[in-house]
Design a protein around this ligand. Sequence first.
Ligand code: MTE
Ligand code: HPA
Ligand code: MOS
Length: 754
Amino acid sequence: MERIDAAAHTRGESQYLDDMPLPGEMLYASVFSSPVMHGKILSLHTEDAYSLQGVVAVLTSKDIPGENQVGPIIHDEELLASSEVCYVGQPVAIVVGTSPEIAMKGVKRIVMNVTELPAVTDPKEAFLQGKIIGAPRTFTLGDVDTVWQNCDFIVEGACDIGGQEHVYLETQRARAIPLEGKSLRIHSSTQSPNAVQRYAAKILGIPASSIEVDVKRLGGAFGGKEDQATPWACMAALAAWYTRKPVELVLRRADDIRMTGKRHPYKSDFKIGVTKEGKILAYEVKHYQNSGATADLSTAVLERTLFHSTNSYFIPNVRIFGVCCQTNLLSNTAFRGFGAPQGMFVMESAITKVSEKLGIPREEIQEKNLLKENDLFPYGQRARYCHIGDTWNKAAERYDLPKIRQDIEDYNQTHFETKKGFALMPVCFGISFTTTYMNQASALVHVYTDGSVSVSTGGVEMGQGLTTNLVIAAARAFGIEGHRIKIETTNTTRIANMSPSAASSTTVLNGNAMLRAILQILDRLKSLIIKELRVPDKDKITVVNEKVFYDGLETGWGWEQLVQTAYLNRIDLSAHGFFASPEIYFDKTKEKGHPFVYHVVGTAIIEVTLDCLRGTYDMSSVKIVHDPGRPLNEHVCRGQIEGGLAQGLGWMTMEDLRFNEKGQLLSGNLATYKVPDVYFMPDDIKIEFLENGKILGPYGSKAVGEPPLMYGIGVFFALRYAMLAFKPHKEFTFASPLTPERILLQLYSEYLNK
Ligand code: MTE
Ligand code: HPA
Ligand code: MOS
């Protein structure tokens, strides 16, 4: 089956928020934000904006009837700054006008006087100044301190990891519509309708039940709308509340890039101890996360960094330290991988440095230390059904690793100005929200008398293929054709208290909730059948291809007849299903537990060709062996792997966030902030599936959304291999992104003015 939305997407018929018909009398909001990194607000002058023809309202923190607070984990984030601003782009006031252009003009007329305060942008410097968010965390396994002396070699190093802008095609936006009495409906481009509902209610000082949030689909999110869609929806809600008119707030691309959080940059120090054969005995790492100005989801992101700091390897003695450092930059947030990519990058850097110092090939050290069944992760969980070695071996065999290595060495022997490089990248990613209680979902299923089916879940379609997955699973469970299944908008009046669609868990959680609802309805239908047909055993009834079977024999009953008879017999054709992932827990006081339902694994081999005169490079091929379980839909699964890979490659190579000393983003538009395109991607992408099948997802499917991003990390080390082939004895940094500029500056650093 194709992706269910492919044709409509291609024809431009799919409806996004922007395609919804405009309500009458709609107003438009635009946001005035801080021009400085850090300052005390002395005065705010909005009169000039008000006097503009077409401006209906200018709203500040004083106009918030409820609580001026949108911090999702720690309450440290005002919707509109009241007395202090902490980063460039922080919202301070909202102008509401009769057109978006008028509202934007109004914003330009606002004058804010501030006394500037000292600002910090470097995470380590912030840490030294005591500017941290939450408590530092440390995971330990074994005893690193006593094991250093048993190591044949100890290598230390530092990483400087860049952030990443989400570049979802659809920028942040929301439309709020006043309803009867003191209630509102909000259409928001959010991964978390529940968060929008809760925070809008809090901002307005009304019950959550007075707010209905409705989401059809998002034009991409990638974590950027897990919780950073909430403030914009709250601002639209506030404006609609105040004006009693529908209000839309849409961020222009430049404003979206300038005002929203990104993937967290990290500075990390590592120390790794190995035997002379390359067995890793001890690993110590300190992660200084650049959290930005407010907590946002930073503490949860840091936690996942800690969980994935040893990636796919078993290391008996480990100490992993992490801290969220508060700086005066944009508040960084969820981004596909949620902290894991940074943790894995440092691990790979440490292995690479060992390999370079010892002259053992990188992949030999990697392979020697791969996790085996029942190995212990530093957080106390054991590796189960964790076939990382199988994916590694299959990749090495299928794609002929010895030949890849030989061909590259031969090429480098005979070429001077271009060099080739390669790297293997194993990935082991834990599935579940690391915040245990979030691993729950519910669904509402109706069967109508004509046999058509309506499915509501708490899951949001953001391009990841949730809708296709749900249709396939629902059709299979009922035994009917997919065209009968309609996946409804995600709506807080139909589904309460949903977790955000995130952590790669949307299909797992919501699909299972849906199946539980379907099973209830099927059970009632089967009870009816045994009565009607006077047969004894309910369990022998199946519905396949819209036909009812008993003990494998056709009964002559079809789906529509079954449903109609059930209705006439006054049988409930609706059900609510609930699912919570079993057997997961985590004890933060001990930093041990069983946080993940399972791990997704795979191995990538990445080959590059580097132009050593220009610093430019070409990705020759990426070859992947991935364990998808039994995917519900192969197109969706492959699409996720390719898309994740593209984002990972971009993060490591070309996506360069540069701020000036005033904290202003220099690469704040798509002319200066480069993202992968079809020319950048390798022509030769091969994806093989490892087959084994695993438990918790609907019909044995596994989560796939985030893990493939981390295959992209390999490109950094492939490029480094090529750089070393050109300048064998040079010291290169572990600083990302490895842009052509950065490569060139490192290859020829001796010619730079010191
Ligand atoms: N794919 C598309 N096309 N668009 C997206 O926004 N988000 C990613 C991933 N793949 C995303 C995507 C992120 S960050 C996550 S957590 C998962 O999809 C969320 O969806 P899932 O839980 O259904 O995998
Ligand atoms: N992933 C995404 N979002 C989250 C997580 C996670 O692991 N934990 C809490 N929020
Ligand atoms: Mo994805 S970063 O968990 O939204």
